[in-house]
Write a protein that binds this ligand. Structure first.
Ligand SMILES: [Zn+2]
Length: 248
């Protein structure tokens, strides 16, 4: 948090404006306990002021965008001690108006590389920037019932990368937690691959990394459905995030 607070802007938002924007862009805020809400506002405020914001060519970053992105990033780490440290290696957040064209050579798994253009709504780079498409982020943020949220998705990738590898398993407390994690995630991923999942979208079958990011989206937006359909997965995510959104 120290690094973030050092770069605070002088034109920080007033608490009233910040809270009003958070309520607009994070409907889940209404269900938080007062102490959780207070902490979320605090963390969001630090991220709004401390993250480096950039816009794609010809586009401009607004307070709505800064608050929407920061509030979701803050929600993920609300249960962690010093949670914002998770984001110290985020060099910038780059906001695009719409889908992002990705060019250049990149790995597509299985030792294959591709250099064709691709359209995405978000990307998280290891020790680099996070890219998001504002039209996707905004419509998903306002419609949590869709169970999709590119902001939660990309910041979840950053949590996954904290141990140096992007493999669907973020740093866990101990061997017991890791055992429970693997025991819950492996069969749940297989159910998506078999087309049998009733709550996780098919993109989760891409690989364990995407599985974790997609499961995180559902954990925070459709918590009661996830708890009902994938109780073991819900439990390991609850223990990892140290939050119980279905109980709110
Ligand atoms: Zn992803």
């Amino acid at each position: 948090m120290a690094l973030f607070s050092r770069s605070r802007r002088r034109d920080a938002l007033s608490p009233e404006v910040l809270t009003a924007l958070m309520r607009t862009w994070l409907p889940a805020m209404a269900r938080l306990q007062p102490d959780e809400r207070e902490r979320l506002v605090e963390l969001t405020d630090v991220l709004v002021a401390g993250l480096r914001w950039e816009a794609a060519n010809g586009f401009e970053v607004t307070d709505d965008m800064r608050v929407a992105v920061s509030a979701h990033a803050a929600l993920l780490v609300l249960g962690f001690d010093d949670g914002l440290d998770s984001y110290l290696s985020v060099t910038s957040v780059i906001i695009h108006p719409s889908t992002i064209e990705i060019h250049g050579t990149r790995s597509v798994g299985g030792g294959m590389l591709t250099d064709t253009a691709d359209s995405v709504i978000g990307e998280a780079h290891h020790r680099g920037p996070i890219l998001v498409s504002w039209d996707a982020a905004a419509s998903q943020a306002r419609n949590p019932q869709w169970g999709e949220n590119v902001l939660l998705h990309e910041f979840a990738h950053r949590l996954d990368m904290l141990d140096g590898v992007s493999d669907g398993t973020p740093p866990l407390a101990d061997a017991d937690q890791l055992r429970a994690w693997v025991g819950a995630c492996t069969p749940a991923l297989q159910r998506v691959r078999d087309g049998e999942s009733t709550v996780l979208r098919p993109y989760a079958a891409t690989n364990p990394t995407e599985f974790f990011a997609v499961a995180t989206e559902v954990f925070f937006t459709q918590a009661t459905r996830l708890r009902e359909h994938e109780p073991a997965l819900y439990r390991v995510l609850r223990d990892y995030y140290r939050q119980d959104p279905a109980g709110r």
